[in-house]
Ligand binder design. Structure first.
Ligand code: HBI
Length: 96
């Protein structure tokens, strides 16, 4: 089942709900940088996201150095942003 790309209107609506996220990749992705108390806290966060990603078959593109985690969400199969990215961003915001 192909994954639909968000319409521009839905993308803008979703971004309005996702404080801290910004468009990237020429509008095909969203990104956020998170900072934690230390590396352990950052890695614990990444572990929770990883389990969620596996459960939902939707995985972040991310970079971690010490307490900093930089995340990009995009949907390769849709060639841009999909509802899966919105759902993953909401989950990340809820546990960050
Ligand atoms: N994760 N972010 C993201 N985007 C995808 O398109 C994607 C994924 N995880 C697994 C997945 N697609 C599979 O359905 C295959 O397309 C790799």
């Amino acid at each position: 089942m192909p994954i639909a790309c968000l319409t521009d209107a839905r993308r803008d609506e979703a971004l309005g709900e996702l404080a801290g996220w910004a468009l990237c990749r020429e509008g095909h992705g969203i990104e956020r940088e998170l900072r934690f108390a230390d590396f352990n806290a950052a890695f614990g966060f990444m572990t929770r996201v990883a389990l969620h990603a596996e459960k939902h078959d939707h995985h972040p593109e991310w970079f971690n150095v010490y307490n900093r985690v930089c995340i990009v969400l995009t949907t390769h199969e849709a060639g841009g942003l999909s509802e899966r990215d919105v759902e993953m961003a909401r989950f990340i915001d809820a546990i960050a």
